[in-house]
Design a protein around this ligand. Structure first.
Ligand SMILES: O=P(O)(O)O[C@H]1O[C@H](CO)[C@@H](O)[C@H]1O
Ligand SMILES: O=c1cc[nH]c(=O)[nH]1
Length: 299
């Protein structure tokens, strides 16, 4: 039995932070950072059956083209992802009344639709990228005592950075997701793929400096840009994907992260029309989730 201090329920029986009850989420779940993006997505649903808002966690559940979907905001950062993934999992895989893990576990399909900064100059502003893997520079996953999948990538990166006379601020863990089947849709297969670096913050942790200097070496982003391990490059930086991939893997869920690239860190540019880029990202995400007949089996 999971004690009351670990599995915390509100007086109405809902999970502590998300304020959701079992049955209120679909098995296909879109996660976004920005709470306002939730309504931007659900207004495209044919109907919305549930709207719940608690802190940065806004959840809408509804239906599009006969498919039940949930969209939920994580807010910014993997500290919030920790809460969202654990409480979503509890909603389907823990009997909240008996406080026991269910004998039969449910696998969720998690699709992050986020924004990100490109590291590679050949990735145009406004384009969309699928994270084939995520490098954690944020600090969440070491608390879980689960290994990164394909840690070779992290080791090879550390060696490359050291060979270039620099150090990484944290030991990188690498997570490669089990992708939901709907990524086999032709629109998913043709997406550029790369490794996403998940940072602990937006400014210094991503090498940005306004009034305060960053302690990331000025050449580090360039070294990361040049790293290539078995054809995989580090393509972009954001703040949630490694937490989602790491926890989804550990909990047995499937996950994919799509990013609209709003900044180009090499060129020092930012999208002139971020709203259009996010719109295109939402269009693609909803196509993948609903046009399952367009998917094929070959991964
Ligand atoms: O667009 P979202 O999903 O919020 O994602 C990105 O944008 C935020 C920073 O502006 C971070 O959360 C980052 O990961
Ligand atoms: O550069 C960027 C752009 C969006 N989100 C980030 O975290 N970084």
């Amino acid at each position: 039995m999971i004690p009351g201090s670990e599995l915390i329920l509100n007086p109405d029986g809902s999970v502590y932070h998300l304020h959701l009850l079992p049955g209120q989420i679909a098995n296909d779940i879109i996660t976004v950072g920005d709470p306002e993006r939730v309504a931007e997505i659900s207004r495209r649903f044919d109907r919305v059956e549930l709207r719940v808002a608690a802190r940065e966690f806004v959840t809408h559940t509804g239906e599009l083209d006969g498919r039940r979907l949930t969209v939920i905001s994580t807010g910014i950062g993997t500290d919030n992802v920790d809460i969202v993934l654990n409480e979503l999992d509890a909603l389907v895989n823990i009997d909240l009344e008996r406080r026991e893990v269910k004998a039969e576990l449910t696998v969720l399909n998690l699709l992050r639709l986020g924004t990100s900064g490109a590291l590679q100059p050949d990735l145009p502003l406004g384009s969309i990228l699928l994270s084939a893997g995520a490098l954690s520079a944020d600090g969440l996953m070491p608390y879980y005592g689960v290994d990164g999948v394909g840690d070779d990538f992290g080791t090879a990166l550390s060696e490359f950075v050291t060979a270039n006379g620099l150090r990484l601020p944290v030991d990188p863990l690498y997570f490669s997701p089990v992708l939901p089947d709907f990524l086999n849709h032709p629109a998913g297969k043709q997406l550029p793929r790369g490794v996403t670096l998940t940072a602990a913050g937006f400014y210094a942790p991503q090498g940005r400096s306004l009034r305060l200097p960053t302690r990331l070496h000025p050449e580090l982003l360039d070294v990361l840009r040049r790293f290539d391990y078995r054809g995989l490059r580090i393509t972009n930086i954001e703040m949630e994907t490694a937490g989602i991939y790491g926890l989804a893997n550990a909990l047995g869920h499937r996950s994919a992260s799509l990013s609209a690239l709003l900044a180009n860190r090499g060129a020092g540019t930012f999208s002139k029309n971020p709203a259009a880029a996010v719109d295109a990202l939402i269009d693609l995400g909803l196509l993948l989730l609903t046009d399952r007949d367009g998917s094929t089996d070959a991964a």
